[in-house]
Design a protein around this ligand. Structure first.
Ligand code: SF4
Length: 359
């Protein structure tokens, strides 16, 4: 069976491993491109947010390659994400594609349903539950290795002497992790990746500005949609710290110290569930300010209600905690040059603020 899944940052490397070791052919979604976006826009309702459009475009690309099953995730809370899987399925089937869409809801919403869906994936490949657990553990280790390597690359990029070197080495690290098949090999690939990244020639006696990246999960994780904002900052000598990684546990807890703390920090300003990462955007901004960050960038899909609500509260948070916040709304009209200009202006402002502090 040909099985595919959404493209989200570097996670496709781990999901490819999972699908192949469950006895299927993995159809790896191509890196999102202008074509992906244009296919998605063409067949989506106009009001849909950009993650919906990119995912739809990506599904169309894998269906063109004969995919039999697409695995996706559902969502909870008052946000459209919860119905997106069903809507994608309806649109794709109305276009004549014959395939199965398997939408995994969070397990706590229905353990039985979750387990029976796993069964739908593993049975056709002839894999038993014990083997599934073994493969899943290796996949998780791969996801952790991918996230940890990426975190390190964002720390090193602002110090690089040769512009672009960190990104070049990071691509080599992804290849190493992709090739690793066992827990031991993944560990070795991770250690080798750290060695390669740490060997990059770095500026000495340099203290970069530090910027926290917050917002909706898909636009934060997928560089094609956020126009490679972390790389842009990094190559300007600014260190970024991303609030979300797919394996939440790899999150740098020196800043947030757990999800509970984020909610607690947000509570005086927002204490209701608004879906997506709305509450997190408030709490994380406060924690970034308390941890000495110079600024925060909120990445928000155009028409995303949770992030619009968060944006309306952020000016008061920014003022109270004395931290500049820049919101970038992203949709199919957003261009790299425009974002680059805004990033440059924001960095100028942060430098000015830091000099002011020194004086
Ligand atoms: S959180 Fe925002 S962008 Fe994500 S699905 Fe919900 S409305 Fe769309």
């Amino acid at each position: 069976m040909k099985v595919s899944f959404p493209h989200m940052g570097t996670s496709h490397i781990a999901f490819k491993h999972l699908i192949e070791h469950l006895g299927h052919e993995a159809v790896v979604p191509p890196n999102p491109s202008k074509r992906t976006l244009s296919l998605g826009v063409q067949h989506s309702p106009e009001f849909a947010c950009i993650p919906f459009k990119i995912l739809l475009g990506s599904y169309l690309e894998v269906l063109e390659q004969g995919t039999d099953m697409i695995i996706s995730s559902g969502g909870v809370g008052p946000c459209r994400a919860g119905i997106y899987g069903l809507l994608h399925e309806k649109i794709l089937k109305s276009l004549g594609y014959d395939f199965e869409m398997l939408i995994f809801e969070p397990p706590l919403r229905g353990v039985g349903d979750f387990i029976s869906k796993i069964g739908r994936v593993i049975k056709p490949g002839g894999v038993g539950w014990i083997e599934f657990i073994r493969v899943f553990k290796i996949t998780w280790k791969k996801l952790l290795a991918l996230d940890e390597t990426e975190i390190l690359s964002h720390r090193i990029r602002p110090y690089e002497i040769t512009k672009g070197e960190t990104s070049r080495i990071f691509d080599q690290c992804l290849y190493l992790i992709d090739q690793a098949q066992t827990q031991g090999e993944i560990e070795e690939a991770k250690i080798e990746s750290e060695r390669k990244l740490n060997a990059i020639k770095q500026k000495e006696g340099y203290t970069p500005l530090k910027v926290g990246i917050i917002g909706e999960i898909y636009v934060v994780l997928e560089p094609f949609i956020n126009l490679d904002i972390e790389k842009t900052f990094g190559e300007m000598g600014v260190e970024t710290h991303r609030s979300i990684y797919l394996t939440d546990w790899t999150r740098d807890n020196t800043v947030f110290d757990g999800e509970k703390n984020i909610k607690k920090a947000a509570e005086p300003h927002l204490n209701q569930l608004i879906g997506g990462h709305g509450i997190n955007s408030i709490g994380e901004t406060i924690l970034y300010a308390k941890n000495g960050f110079d600024g925060v960038v909120q990445l928000a899909p155009f028409t995303c209600i949770p992030e619009i609500v968060a944006k309306s509260i952020l000016p008061e948070v920014s003022k109270k905690f004395n931290i500049p916040v820049m919101t970038i709304f992203l949709d199919e009209q957003t261009g790299k040059a425009g974002v680059q200009t805004r990033v440059e202006a924001f960095v100028d402002l942060l430098e000015h603020k830091r000099r002011g502090k020194g004086a």
